[in-house]
Design a protein around this ligand. Structure first.
Ligand code: 6GU
Length: 245
């Protein structure tokens, strides 16, 4: 997959894509990430990218020309989806990450200031994404979040770390508790079942822990989770127990 990122702050991207899983994916040619400085797509002497809002009000608005110039120079005649990162976008999730992972190529625009000229939304952008209900100083960190979550979905990106299909949220449940050595740390023991060597017992315990944890922390997720009849029974039992207490 080819990802193009348009930003006023290209230096912000030094680092996150140069470590760990994304670094390896880039080195192996599974994903390519190109960063473009919007200021390079201005035509005026002072490389102005923003201006005052018509009608007055606070803040500055990103001008349409550099954004159109940049997108058109990247895509030429090709049809590449253009996604604006903005707190007004649809909420990003594991499902949206899976959806974007199906593209061969995409262009991400990092919004800034009080926003972008509405004509960019209407005539250039195909999709708008927000990573959560809070306001960031710009779309850059959101773009990094989207790129990381999408790249993990691409075939071959996760090696020894396992498959993205097993990631928490992909299954609609939170991850079960993990332990490593030592078996006893400051008097706190690792649950006996994990030492048993009985893989069926371990798998069942982990599923139950995932269900418990999801019920306690994110009951909203349980509605989408696929549970076996036995697991539904388990869930009903703990719900009953909770009511009794
Ligand atoms: Cl995509 N941009 C900004 N500026 N703030 C955000 C966001 C995006 N998603 C959540 N908050």
């Amino acid at each position: 997959m080819k990802i193009h990122i348009l930003t006023l702050f290209p230096n912000m991207f030094a680092g996150p894509f140069d470590e760990s899983i994304i670094k390896r994916a880039r080195e192996r040619g599974l994903v390519s990430i190109s960063i473009y400085n919007l200021r390079h797509y201005t035509q005026d002497k002072h490389h102005v990218v923003d201006d005052y809002p018509y009608g007055g009000g606070r803040g500055m608005v990103l001008k349409p020309e550099p954004l159109f110039e940049a997108v058109e120079s990247i895509r030429g005649d090709a049809r590449i989806p253009v996604i604006l990162l903005t707190p007004q976008g649809r909420l990003f999730s594991q499902q949206v990450a899976q959806e974007l992972a199906r593209y061969d190529e995409m262009i991400l625009i990092c919004g800034h200031y009080e926003g972008v000229d509405e004509r960019v939304r209407e005539h250039l952008v195909d999709d708008e994404i927000s990573i959560g209900d809070y306001v960031l100083s710009g779309g850059e960190i959101a773009a990094m979040v989207v790129v990381d979550a999408v790249a993990r979905q691409l075939p071959g990106v996760l090696g020894a770390e396992g498959a993205a299909g097993e990631d928490s949220h992909a299954l609609g449940l939170l991850e079960y508790p993990q332990y490593t050595r030592p078996q006893l740390f400051r008097g706190w023991a690792v649950p006996e079942v994990l030492l048993s060597g009985n893989h069926a017992h371990i798998a069942k315990w982990r599923r139950q822990q995932s269900i418990l944890r999801t019920l306690r922390r994110r009951p909203d997720l349980l509605e989408r989770a696929e549970l076996s009849p036995e697991e539904k029974g388990f869930l009903e039992e703990i719900k009953k127990g909770n009511q009794a207490r």
